[in-house]
Design a protein around this ligand. Structure first.
Ligand code: IPM
Ligand code: MN
Length: 358
């Protein structure tokens, strides 16, 4: 199979982890006989420096023409001035919105050999295998008005949490379908005791559940969910939630896996095109030091093979190689414990690559 992939390394540790993801992808291509045609582009701070905008129309167009997008991370202190007209994050948000990627899937699976890397007790994280379906193109991130202005009594700012029935229904359906393919439990997370948009969300979830009698639907308030995620995380199968709630809950959930550096994500939409990126950010303090954990990106490559190309065997080979390397005791700094062997970004990528294509 010949596949076109847009590769957007972005800022900070982005380029370092993307290099490792690509190494693993190409090893998989050689082993299983696929040709991956890579199209590199700038997004985020690097694009601001070069072109004055976080995403150029050319790069967006290139992404549209590809079969999938692989993205590193965006942002950094250099572009963090609150007065700045353009922000690296705008590039990421435009990509999500323009490509119609409304469903962000963030699986959290605990590798048993990393049980000692989390700050939680082993018995709490045992058996954790959940996936968060985060709505990605609506809610607080995109609602209008969104602005800051001056009043006679000081400054004022506003963000808007807005959802249409259509937006809520389609993301809930992703949750129901996914639950159906797993352990058949869907937790719909909202703040229905306060927010009108959440009350609509909850209503639609209840209505839809009639069409999915095989899936057990539970409603949970977002604050309670934050608590349950550290109290009894193994109780969750699929969680579906609003954009901002999902952003916050997935950072929390990442800690179950030991480190932000471990988590992959897939952003899917109406069409066939998907975007894949690690959940972690650009980690500017770690950049350029061969420190960052590339596993979130490598597992994102596996998700791309699985969801965008239907290459399940290939994806499994990457998951398995990653497991084996961890089992052998290799760790990046973020998951390092006494008795393990500490390696850098490149070495971790190399070890996984060797096992994908022995
Ligand atoms: C994420 C990130 C992004 C978000 C930022 C970088 C815009 O935190 O993917 O979770 O808030 O969605
Ligand atoms: Mn986030």
């Amino acid at each position: 199979m010949r596949l076109d992939i847009a590769v957007l390394p972005g800022d900070g540790v982005g380029p370092e982890v993307i290099d490792q993801g690509i190494k693993v992808l190409e090893a998989g291509g050689r082993r299983f006989g696929h040709e991956f045609c890579l199209h590199w582009g700038a997004v985020g701070g690097v694009a601001i420096d070069q072109f004055g905008v976080a995403l150029t129309p050319e790069v967006l167009q290139m992404c549209r023409k590809c079969d999938a997008v692989l993205l590193g991370a965006v942002g950094g202190p250099k572009w963090d001035d609150p007065q700045a007209k353009v922000r690296p994050e705008d590039g990421l948000l435009s990509l999500r919105k323009e490509l119609g990627l409304f469903a962000n899937l963030r699986p959290v699976k605990v590798f048993p050999m990393l049980a000692d890397s989390t700050t939680l007790k082993p018995e709490v994280i045992e058996g954790v295998d959940l996936i968060v379906v985060r709505e990605l193109t609506g809610g607080l991130y995109f609602g209008k008005p969104q602005k800051q202005w001056q009043t006679s009594r000081g400054r004022h700012a506003i963000d808007t949490l807005s959802y249409s029935e259509h937006e809520i229904e389609r993301i809930l359906r992703v949750g129901f379908e996914l639950a159906r393919s797993r352990r058949r439990k869907l937790t719909s997370v909202d703040k229905a005791n306060i927010l009108v948009s959440s009350r609509l969300w909850r209503q639609i979830a209840s209505e839809l559940s009639g069409q999915y009698p095989d899936v057990e639907l539970e409603h949970m308030l977002v604050d309670a969910c934050a608590m349950r995620l550290v109290q009894r995380p193994a109780q969750f199968d699929v969680i579906v939630t609003e954009n901002m709630f999902g952003d916050i809950l997935t950072d929390e959930a990442a800690m179950l896996a030991g480190s932000m550096g471990m988590l992959p994500s897939a952003s899917l939409g109406v069409g066939k095109l998907g975007m894949y990126e690690p959940v972690h950010g650009s980690a500017p303090k770690r950049a350029g030091q061969n420190l960052a954990n590339p596993i979130g990106t490598i597992l994102s490559v596996a998700l791309m093979l699985r969801y965008s190309f239907g290459l399940n065997r290939e994806a499994e080979a990457i998951d398995k190689a990653t497991s084996e390397v961890l089992q052998a005791g290799y760790r990046t700094y973020d998951i390092m414990k006494p008795g393990n062997i500490q390696v850098g970004t490149r070495e971790m990528g190399g070890l996984i690559t060797e096992r994908v294509e022995p």
